[in-house]
Design a protein around this ligand. Structure first.
Ligand SMILES: CC(C)(COP(=O)(O)OP(=O)(O)OC[C@H]1O[C@@H](n2cnc3c(N)ncnc32)[C@H](O)[C@@H]1OP(=O)(O)O)[C@@H](O)C(=O)NCCC(=O)NCCS
Length: 329
């Protein structure tokens, strides 16, 4: 029998303790606090400690989500980890996290490489898994981007931060129902944001490593900016239409925290007042697939998501992938 309503049973997040300011970046690259704040709105980001890994961050967020749901590891039927910064190359992060969390022999999957869209894409998959018989799916979005990016490329390094967020997806009786999800991909834009070295096209070699190419994130910033605004606002409109809801009824928009200017442009395109858009990018930077759950947890803690509130999530990442979801808390 299908559960009546499927949604977010519990939420959790974790950000590493170390705070890195913009001024600190000027020790590594030719940049300044003023440039970073003006172009991105980012003031600080969290950086994982030396021994801390993707699974360490993911575990903390997952445990917080389980505690929030009042559930234990035995209550989870499946695990999906959205990450671009896996614990190891093989096997996937989800298998290592499954063991760490003591979930038992439940199936686990990584959703890798879809950048900042990963968490909402994984929510979409988790929702359909619950609709087809799983009791609960644990979804984790986790990134240790400080270890992926080049600390000598000012075009990218100042944008990112580390963090993790998680949700338990299952039958909901009170709030949290996922009313609708939309998602899309435009693979013709794959070359605009990515990291080639290490794959089969450009295998990892000593020469490439010596040139630091294994950290060379390729990004056409202006193009990414334009496409992010277009797809995040379009996906938001599509998910509202699918649910038969107007923007006026939405209490809070929680967009992927890429950059303050992108968030402002999305708010303008949607014609929503800035006060209706949750922003924490100044404190965390862009934390990829961790961004939406981290923002959701903080918005809820700040009292911005009262019972019954409609919350609109919208995101965009490398691929290009985009996704939006509408949740009634
Ligand atoms: C990256 C981004 C902040 C750059 O802002 P911008 O207004 O497009 O920047 P401009 O093109 O006007 O300026 C680029 C100049 O700033 C310089 N610059 C880049 N990073 C810099 C930094 N951290 N500090 C100082 N100067 C920097 C560049 O070298 C370039 O200099 P040049 O003109 O001498 O070559 C912006 O394009 C952006 O936010 N893009 C989206 C990125 C994103 O969100 N990616 C993740 C998506 S999920």
């Amino acid at each position: 029998m299908q559960p009546a309503k499927v949604g977010l049973v519990g939420l959790g997040a974790y950000a590493p303790e170390r705070v890195m300011t913009n001024d600190e970046w000027s020790r590594y690259v030719d940049t300044s606090d003023a440039w970073i704040v003006e172009r991105t709105g980012i003031r600080r980001r969290r950086i994982a400690a030396e021994g801390e890994t993707t699974v360490d961050l993911g575990e903390k967020a997952a445990l917080a989500a389980l505690a929030d749901a009042g559930l234990g590891p035995g209550d989870i039927d499946e695990l999906i980890v959205a990450t671009d910064t896996p614990e190891v190359y093989l096997p996937d992060t989800s298998s290592i996290l499954q063991h760490r969390l003591g979930l038992g022999a439940v199936p686990t999957y990584d959703l890798g490489g879809s950048g900042c869209a990963g968490f909402v894409q994984a929510l979409d998959v988790a929702r359909s898994r619950v609709l087809t018989g799983k009791r609960r799916v644990l979804v984790v979005g986790v990134e240790l981007l400080s270890r992926l990016m080049s600390w000598t490329d000012r075009n990218t390094c100042v944008l990112f931060g580390d963090g993790a967020g998680a949700a338990v997806v299952g039958e909901v009786r009170r709030g949290g129902e996922i009313l609708a999800v939309v998602a899309g991909t435009d693979g013709s834009r794959a070359g605009i944001l990515g990291l080639e070295v290490g794959g089969t096209r450009k295998p990892f070699t000593l020469e490439r490593a010596q040139r630091d190419e294994h950290h060379a994130i390729v990004m056409n910033g202006r193009e990414v900016f334009r496409e992010a605004v277009h797809h995040m606002s379009e996906a938001a409109q599509q998910v509202l239409e699918l649910a038969g809801v107007t923007l006026d009824e939405v209490a809070l928009v929680v967009p992927h925290q890429a950059n303050l200017r992108i968030l402002q442009a999305v708010a303008k395109a949607l014609d929503v007042p800035a006060g209706k858009v949750f922003v924490n990018v100044e404190e965390y930077g862009n934390t990829g697939s961790a961004s939406i759950p981290l923002a959701l947890v903080q918005a809820r803690a700040a009292g911005r998501i009262p019972a019954g509130a409609l919350v609109l999530l919208t995101t965009f990442g490398a691929g290009f992938h985009w996704a939006a979801a509408l949740v009634r808390f």
